[in-house]
Unconditional design. Structure first.
Length: 83
Protein backbone atom coordinates (compact mmCIF):
# COMPACT_ATOMS: atom_id res chain seq x y z
CA UNK A 1 0.00 0.00 0.00
CA UNK A 2 1.27 3.47 -0.90
CA UNK A 3 1.71 6.16 1.70
CA UNK A 4 -0.25 9.40 1.41
CA UNK A 5 2.97 11.24 0.51
CA UNK A 6 3.64 8.78 -2.32
CA UNK A 7 0.13 9.16 -3.71
CA UNK A 8 0.16 12.98 -3.56
CA UNK A 9 3.73 13.12 -4.89
CA UNK A 10 2.75 10.98 -7.86
CA UNK A 11 -0.30 13.14 -8.57
CA UNK A 12 1.76 16.34 -8.27
CA UNK A 13 4.16 15.01 -10.88
CA UNK A 14 1.18 14.66 -13.24
CA UNK A 15 0.07 18.31 -13.04
CA UNK A 16 2.20 19.30 -16.08
CA UNK A 17 0.09 16.84 -18.09
CA UNK A 18 -2.93 19.13 -17.74
CA UNK A 19 -3.78 21.37 -20.68
CA UNK A 20 -4.26 25.11 -20.19
CA UNK A 21 -8.04 24.64 -20.27
CA UNK A 22 -7.84 21.79 -17.76
CA UNK A 23 -5.82 24.08 -15.47
CA UNK A 24 -8.61 26.67 -15.76
CA UNK A 25 -11.14 24.00 -14.81
CA UNK A 26 -8.84 22.75 -12.02
CA UNK A 27 -8.78 26.25 -10.50
CA UNK A 28 -12.57 26.39 -10.40
CA UNK A 29 -12.86 22.79 -9.26
CA UNK A 30 -10.57 23.55 -6.35
CA UNK A 31 -12.88 26.37 -5.32
CA UNK A 32 -15.80 23.96 -5.16
CA UNK A 33 -17.47 24.96 -8.42
CA UNK A 34 -20.08 22.64 -9.90
CA UNK A 35 -19.91 21.53 -13.53
CA UNK A 36 -22.65 24.06 -14.31
CA UNK A 37 -20.69 26.89 -12.68
CA UNK A 38 -17.49 25.85 -14.45
CA UNK A 39 -19.36 25.80 -17.76
CA UNK A 40 -20.81 29.27 -17.19
CA UNK A 41 -17.50 30.77 -16.04
CA UNK A 42 -15.56 29.36 -19.00
CA UNK A 43 -18.30 29.73 -21.65
CA UNK A 44 -18.39 26.00 -22.40
CA UNK A 45 -21.17 23.43 -22.17
CA UNK A 46 -21.86 21.58 -18.95
CA UNK A 47 -21.05 18.34 -20.77
CA UNK A 48 -17.63 19.71 -21.77
CA UNK A 49 -16.99 20.83 -18.18
CA UNK A 50 -17.86 17.33 -16.96
CA UNK A 51 -15.46 15.82 -19.51
CA UNK A 52 -12.66 18.15 -18.41
CA UNK A 53 -13.24 17.22 -14.76
CA UNK A 54 -13.12 13.51 -15.61
CA UNK A 55 -9.85 14.02 -17.54
CA UNK A 56 -8.32 15.95 -14.63
CA UNK A 57 -9.20 13.22 -12.14
CA UNK A 58 -7.80 10.56 -14.46
CA UNK A 59 -4.59 12.46 -15.21
CA UNK A 60 -3.96 13.20 -11.53
CA UNK A 61 -4.86 9.67 -10.49
CA UNK A 62 -7.31 10.86 -7.84
CA UNK A 63 -10.77 9.46 -7.22
CA UNK A 64 -12.88 12.49 -6.43
CA UNK A 65 -13.39 16.19 -6.96
CA UNK A 66 -12.62 16.66 -3.28
CA UNK A 67 -9.22 14.94 -3.59
CA UNK A 68 -8.42 17.07 -6.64
CA UNK A 69 -9.41 20.24 -4.81
CA UNK A 70 -7.36 19.38 -1.74
CA UNK A 71 -4.39 18.59 -3.96
CA UNK A 72 -4.77 21.91 -5.76
CA UNK A 73 -4.58 23.82 -2.47
CA UNK A 74 -1.75 21.66 -1.13
CA UNK A 75 0.32 22.33 -4.25
CA UNK A 76 -0.67 26.02 -4.26
CA UNK A 77 -2.14 25.71 -7.74
CA UNK A 78 -5.56 26.74 -6.44
CA UNK A 79 -5.69 29.79 -4.20
CA UNK A 80 -8.39 31.27 -1.99
CA UNK A 81 -8.45 34.48 -4.03
CA UNK A 82 -11.85 35.06 -5.53
CA UNK A 83 -13.69 32.56 -3.34
Amino acid sequence: MNSVDEVWGTAMARVPLLSERELDVFQLLGKGASNRTIATQLAITERTAKAHVAQILAKLGVESRLQAGIAGFAWQIVTRAGI
